[in-house]
Design a protein around this ligand. Structure first.
Ligand code: SF4
Length: 326
């Protein structure tokens, strides 16, 4: 029997999250959390494999974006042992209006984390792992060296596992991007998150063209690395703006596009402008494919790391199919 939950409409949880995790948002007026439509319902977490995944995460002293972001897919993903590790702590130096990750002054880096991540990846038996991080503007290299150490530790321990990284923008951190690309992750993901017009409200610490250029630069340095980026729908963007972002992404040679519904984490976060229908998501996917992306995932519950394992296999197959035969 499938149990359905509606986690983000849980006002009690939202209230508990408001002040402690997001002090910089505490003074903002409350924005009521809209009731989610019928197409956004997920299975409750709690299977034996889910519990096992959580045990492995805890034993290795790791933080996951699945939990910190309050991801609605956690029941499904953790039942397949697909946990996405969030390295460099649980506290982010940015304060994006859409994000539920705690903000503030982060703790120093944990030197044991690369080995702990590698241990968890081996214990979970992952064929493909997604590693993301908080923003660490406080570090001279933005955390680039730590990303490299995590990649290298996973490679030593699980050489057959493919590695996808979802990085911050390394804004004003000279040489950071190049350092991470040199470690040769299989997929380099960095999300544009929204259309440029909404950056000031939604992603005020970031710059749209810097993020786009970062992804373009990855391809220029190493064309064998797959590049991936995503946006959230339902923040107030227009259809034309989304199509323009797709064109911008293709100009930067991005291979894989993800589009998912924005869900408001607490009353202090940006409100949902509207719930985009499944048909509209399908339409985005159709259009994006015609624009030349190797792979597109566009649905209400799409997240950067949702189905990343299966999608990596599809991405590789798509590239092989697109290559001219000799
Ligand atoms: S979609 Fe990604 S963040 Fe969400 S539960 Fe799955 S692996 Fe974690």
């Amino acid at each position: 029997m499938a149990t359905l939950i509606d986690t983000l409409n849980n006002d009690t949880r939202a209230k508990a999250n408001d002040g402690a995790r997001h002090p910089e948002k505490a003074h903002r007026p409350d924005k009521p959390i809209a009731r989610k439509p019928a197409w956004i319902r997920v299975k409750a977490p709690g299977s034996p494999v889910y519990t096992e995944t959580r045990r492995i995460v805890r034993e290795n002293n790791l933080v996951t974006v699945c939990e910190e972001a309050g991801c609605p897919n956690i029941g499904e993903c953790w039942t397949k042992k697909h946990a996405t590790m969030m390295i460099m702590g649980d506290t982010c130096t940015r304060a994006c209006a859409f994000c539920n990750v705690k903000t503030g002054l982060p703790a120093p880096l944990d030197a044991d984390e690369p080995e702990n991540v590698a241990n968890a990846v081996a214990k979970l038996g992952l064929r493909h792992v997604v590693i993301t991080s908080v923003d660490r503007d406080d570090l001279a290299d933005g955390g680039a060296r730590h990303f490299v150490e995590v990649i290298e530790a996973i490679r030593r321990r699980s050489p057959g596992t493919t590695i996808e990284i979802l990085t911050p923008d390394f804004l004003r951190k000279d040489g950071a991007l190049e350092m991470v690309v040199a470690a040769r992750p299989d997929v380099f993901n960095h999300n544009l998150e929204t259309v440029p017009r909404l950056y000031l409200n939604i992603r005020p610490g970031a710059r749209y063209f810097h993020s786009l250029r970062l992804l373009q630069r990855v391809k220029e340095i190493d064309p064998t690395i797959f590049t991936k980026s995503g946006i959230m729908a339902g923040l107030g963007e227009t259809r034309e703006e989304v199509l323009q972002v797709m064109d911008d992404m293709r100009s930067a040679n991005i291979d894989f596009l993800t589009v998912g519904q924005y869900l408001q984490p607490t009353r202090k976060h940006a409100a949902v402008d509207r719930f985009v229908t499944p048909d509209e998501f399908k339409s985005y996917e159709t259009i994006a494919r015609t624009k030349g992306f190797l792979l597109v995932s566009s649905s209400p519950l799409t997240r950067s790391s949702y189905h990343a394992d299966e999608d990596f296999a599809r991405l590789s197959a798509a590239r092989n199919a697109a290559q001219p035969r000799t």
